[in-house]
Design a protein around this ligand. Sequence first.
Ligand SMILES: Cc1cc2nc3c(=O)[nH]c(=O)nc-3n(C[C@H](O)[C@H](O)[C@H](O)COP(=O)(O)OP(=O)(O)OC[C@H]3O[C@@H](n4cnc5c(N)ncnc54)[C@H](O)[C@@H]3O)c2cc1C
Length: 401
Amino acid sequence: MNFEVSDKMKTIIGMITEFTDKELIPMEQDFLSKPLNSLIPEIERKRNLVKQMELWAPNHPKEYGGMGLDLVEHALVSEALGRSPLGHFVFGCQAPDAGNIEILNMFGTKEQKEQYLRPLVDGKIRSCFSMTEVDMPGSNPVMLETTAVKEGNNYIINGQKWYSSSADGADFAIVMAVTNPEAPPYLRASMIIVPTNTPGFNLVRNISVMGHAGEGYFSHAEILYQSCRVPQKNLLGPEGQGFVIAQERLGPGRIHHCMRWIGICNRVFDLMCARAMHREISAGKTLSTKQIIQSWIAESAAEIQAARLMVLHAAWMIEKVGASSARKEISLIKFMVAGVMQKVIDRALQVHGGLGMTDDTIISFFYRHERAARIYDGADEVHKISVAKRILKEYEGKKIK
Ligand SMILES: Cc1cc2nc3c(=O)[nH]c(=O)nc-3n(C[C@H](O)[C@H](O)[C@H](O)COP(=O)(O)OP(=O)(O)OC[C@H]3O[C@@H](n4cnc5c(N)ncnc54)[C@H](O)[C@@H]3O)c2cc1C
């Protein structure tokens, strides 16, 4: 087994880390205290710098202007970028665009690729993924209520979605809607590209999440599709294959998220250790001399290391045997890494005391923003049930002494 990182990747990671430290982390105080819109010119300037350094869109196809890194390589990139909330966005590999790029590349028609994929990879436009509904359980998406009914050459879409992340300012949504209500549950829904300027696409609000409605890329929208009419050529992939395509999107997407979370762990771990070393808690004694703090540091280091190796292994499995055969590994990392991140952020916040609750450090942003990691892309419980079923199946008919 070879754990060595190639020279090419060492160089790339070194450049990304230096850029994040010099260009992105110093922007975070403004990011936390000013409207996002006021920062867009500066963010665009940084994005251009990244393009000049030829580090733009690391995981996206070379043909469309990306670097074409493989999944294990991009996992390392995602870890390095995860240290700042601005990282993925400034390097052009942010969710949900990254997932949409993947499925457009795999299933899009030539015309869809030119119209949507090319400018999306280039960072000229943004997109969102609109599947979850207000009144239906996201954990069981076959219960979707949104419909897309054929009329002439069009689909007429009706439904109420929410948590369509980054819809505010997006140019198009990929909408999951029922097109074949009589088919078996997993063959009922399709993905349809809906430009956000289509009449009947109504962004109702950016939902307030943990006290923040956010804006632009950093927001989650409720959307009413009211007789929203799009041409049938906007169907993405075959009709009725929405869930099959969604699975393609989720496997690699979980690697990106999990390594981003490891990056977050690394960042708050650094902050925790630095604070422990400098915070005097009694005459001549810093927090770092207290065994309970040392124990948190040791436990965090072990948990981050274990989680990191699990994700890299899952990425390697996807590369070797495909996402479908690596489903157990993907589910394992999804709940494991989300839980490790939550614990590590919580410890870092605790070590900072009152300061940890403020927006004077990035920790509280991560604390409220990343709680969602245990819910989206499959809630913890759903992944645990799926893993347990797979494991138990291996014991069917086996007698073990
Ligand atoms: C920050 C954030 C961003 C998101 N971005 C997007 C997006 O861009 N596009 C999009 O379409 N959706 C998005 N979502 C929605 C997300 O996919 C759903 O919230 C998720 O699938 C869970 O669905 P739900 O909220 O309807 O919860 P429910 O399905 O109602 O489940 C509620 C809870 O029940 C438990 N549970 C569920 N199933 C089981 C079970 N079988 N056994 C035991 N317990 C169970 C879990 O604890 C779960 O959290 C986002 C959500 C968040 C929080």
